[in-house]
Design a protein around this ligand. Structure first.
Ligand SMILES: *[C@@H]1O[C@H](CO)[C@@H](O)[C@H](O)[C@H]1NC(C)=O
Ligand SMILES: *[C@@H]1O[C@H](CO)[C@@H](O)[C@H](O)[C@H]1NC(C)=O
Ligand SMILES: *[C@@H]1O[C@H](CO)[C@@H](O)[C@H](O)[C@H]1NC(C)=O
Ligand SMILES: *[C@@H]1O[C@H](CO)[C@@H](O)[C@H](O)[C@H]1NC(C)=O
Ligand SMILES: *[C@@H]1O[C@H](CO)[C@@H](O)[C@H](O)[C@H]1NC(C)=O
Ligand SMILES: *[C@@H]1O[C@H](CO)[C@@H](O)[C@H](O)[C@H]1NC(C)=O
Ligand SMILES: *[C@@H]1O[C@H](CO)[C@@H](O)[C@H](O)[C@H]1NC(C)=O
Length: 610
């Protein structure tokens, strides 16, 4: 008898111990912690979301909010027609890419970073609780956007909203747990009702989330497969709805026709190219297989590309573009084959290219961040198989044109630091928040544009690659910015962007060109400036941009910090360069330091308005 009691006690004890080790989710004010070593990260998972009036009663606006396409919501949610309106509180499953993100040396939190553009009246709190329905909270938004001031958001600013999510632990991923669905605990819920709703079991939900869940906390529901939602059969139809439906239908037919045309054009063009090459009859085997691959790739990809693009982008007519640029007149050239054009009173930058734009289009449709130049639409000219990408027009031109002209005097240290942080944020986004990762491959001051507020935006994804650690034989890029390992071995990784970013930092501090008249690269001149002891600051002051030295609105500490970051970025061994996450963190620290010491705040606006 005694033995039996002991046995039961031990079992109970063991049980609780097990539970404890299972309950790895620790909600803190800044989110749900995670450990990269123990979880499968990144992973694809889903959030449970309900359509709400007035703004989120159609898939298009919800898809925009979560940066996905409508089909990516309608398929898992058992909705047959993505264009029909939703009814309030209709249930949806929305796919997100969840990953474990390092916040600082002691903390990693698990979330899917969604880029959101601030609109009138938005605050972190309102967007988190209303639009994202408590799938995130304002404290976490603050942690993830260290460079923004929550009380002073400007309209149009891009903020990352960390949607809480969780990846299964290693080993857990198997027959039992495929996804941990993010679900916000509602006032009427209990664990049993949630388990029933998702076809999970109460015990595993409690094991995973602990017992202290409060209303509106996020609960992670382990499921072996996505439950099938039962959707209302017919949405109530009112006459007004009918009219709207007609419009929507007309639009979808129009888009479908455009899509088919596009596919035809691409197909024909690809075919024509192959014919031409064949006729030349002088291609070798390697080229032959490359063409074969390309043809296949074009066929496979175009369907996906085009259907996704049509969802998000405006398709411009070639006559609109011709009119906007006076028939692509030289006087409208911004640079290379990029033209400035005005369509319906809006300025755009129009880039003319051959159909190899596919890669850039494919990459740009995946990214959406305030520090990346935004793609507005595209156009295919069937006549000469040209493709046009239409971007937002960035009024102040490239950083290069500012740094290496008399205008450099107007770039204060504070503005330079802001631009550096903007670019670092943009790079962090493409490196960390896109799957597969995107490597820009051509970061340079000429590809950094400055908007009306002198904020930096990364442009020209023409050379960008998605996917990492590839080896390429065909070296592209710009001399003075290319990482040594890429030049010698063709290794493509995010660390090559880090190297180029280091060069941009040096340009910002020194005002010098990446390659001087004698062909000497800038990054080789920084060697040793901070290393030897004596006269470190003197040497650095000597090396700095003259216009900064005159202005004296900088602190030497801040400059030393930025130069140290640059030197770390320029490490010859790519594995020893910091990641963009670390860089953003280090630069922001410098920003704090600076604003603490100098409150005279030269507003960028004042300078631009002149
Ligand atoms: C993760 O694993 C690496 C090596 O496998 C180890 O150095 C590191 O300390 C681990 N991190 C945590 C948080 O356990
Ligand atoms: C890491 O970040 C968290 C949340 O911002 C903060 O509470 C913690 O003190 C930080 N730790 C370090 C070492 O900076
Ligand atoms: C989110 O949580 C807040 C309280 O924290 C609550 O007032 C609000 O109604 C919740 N939003 C939704 C959509 O449930
Ligand atoms: C708020 O932001 C604007 C522009 O972004 C800036 O001019 C202003 O100084 C900021 N105000 C505060 C209190 O930081
Ligand atoms: C998972 O499935 C495999 C076969 O599909 C089976 O052999 C294994 O026992 C299952 N594991 C669990 C924990 O159910
Ligand atoms: C959970 O909620 C359901 C209805 O939503 C109710 O029938 C059930 O009794 C509740 N269970 C517990 C343990 O409170
Ligand atoms: C999808 O929803 C409908 C109701 O709209 C339901 O009848 C059907 O069973 C669901 N589909 C599946 C595969 O269960």
């Amino acid at each position: 008898m005694k033995n039996r009691v002991l046995c039961i006690c031990l079992t109970l004890l063991l049980f609780f111990c097990c539970c404890d080790s299972q309950a790895k989710i620790e909600p803190t004010t800044s989110g749900y912690t995670c450990n990269t070593n123990q979880t499968v990260s990144p992973c694809q998972t889903y959030v449970y979301y309900q359509a709400i009036s007035p703004d989120f009663l159609d898939l298009a606006s919800i898809a925009d909010l979560f940066s996905v396409s409508r089909l990516m919501i309608s398929n898992p949610s058992n909705i047959s027609s993505p264009s029909s309106p939703l009814i309030p509180f209709q249930s949806l499953f929305i796919p997100i890419q969840c990953s474990c993100n390092t916040i600082n040396t002691s903390m990693s939190i698990s979330y899917a970073g969604l880029s959101y553009t601030i609109k009138k009246g938005d605050t972190y709190y309102l967007v988190s609780t209303k639009k994202f329905q408590n799938l995130t909270d304002y404290q976490s938004v603050e942690v993830v956007n260290p460079s923004l001031i929550p009380t002073n958001l400007s309209i149009g600013e891009n903020v990352i909203f960390p949607i809480f999510c969780k990846c299964p632990r290693k080993g857990q991923l198997g027959n039992q747990t495929k996804y941990l669905i993010s679900y916000v605990f509602q006032p009427s819920d209990n664990f049993t009702s949630i388990a029933t709703k998702f076809g999970s079991d109460t015990q595993s939900i409690i094991e995973l989330n602990g017992n202290k869940i409060k209303v509106f906390d996020t609960v992670f529901v382990p499921v072996s497969r996505l439950p099938i939602l039962t959707q209302p059969v017919v949405a109530p139809v009112s006459p007004r709805n009918n009219e709207r439906k007609g419009k929507v239908r007309g639009l979808s037919i129009g888009l479908a026709v455009c899509g088919i045309l596009l596919i035809l054009v691409c197909g024909l063009w690809g075919y024509r190219e192959i014919l031409i090459r064949k006729n030349r009859g002088n291609y070798n085997d390697a080229e032959k297989s490359k063409i074969g691959q390309k043809k296949k790739a074009v066929k496979v990809n175009i369907m996906a590309d085009v259907s996704d693009c049509l969802d998000k982008y405006r398709v411009f007519g070639i006559d609109e573009l011709v009119e906007a640029t006076d028939g692509f007149d030289d006087k409208w050239v911004i640079q290379g084959s990029v033209y400035k054009g005005c369509i319906n009173g809006e300025l755009y930058a129009i880039k003319k290219m051959k159909w190899n734009a596919c890669e850039e289009l494919k990459i740009l449709q995946k990214v959406n961040h305030g520090n990346l130049v935004k793609l507005e639409g595209f156009c295919i000219d069937p006549e000469d198989a040209n493709c046009y990408l239409i971007y937002e027009y960035i009024e102040n031109g490239s950083l290069r044109s500012w740094l290496h002209s008399s205008r450099s005097k107007e770039l204060s240290w504070k503005m330079r630091l802001r631009i550096a942080i903007d670019v670092a944020n943009g790079l962090q986004y493409i490196h960390e928040h896109t799957r597969p990762r995107v490597v820009h491959k051509d970061i340079k001051s000429g590809n950094i544009l400055l908007d009306g507020n002198m904020r930096g935006k990364i442009a020209n994804f023409g050379l960008a690659k998605s996917g990492c650690n590839a080896i390429t034989m065909h070296i592209v890029g710009t001399q003075g910015y290319i990482a040594p390992e890429y030049l010698t071995d063709g290794v493509v990784s995010t660390k090559m962007d880090v190297f180029s970013f280091g060069v941009v930092l040096l340009e910002l501090v020194s005002g010098r060109e990446a390659v001087n008249e004698e062909g000497k690269v800038l990054w080789s001149t920084i060697d040793g400036i901070l290393e030897r002891r004596g006269g470190k600051t003197e040497r650095l002051r000597e090396w700095m941009d003259e216009s900064l030295r005159i202005e004296e609105s900088y602190t030497m500490d801040s400059v030393v910090n930025v130069v140290s970051v640059a030197i770390a970025c320029l490490h010859r061994d790519p594995t020893r360069r910091p990641s963009m996450v670390d860089i953003v963190y280090a630069l922001c620290k410098s920003d704090d330091l600076f604003s603490d010491l100098s409150q005279d705040g030269l507003s960028p606006r004042l300078i631009v308005a002149r």
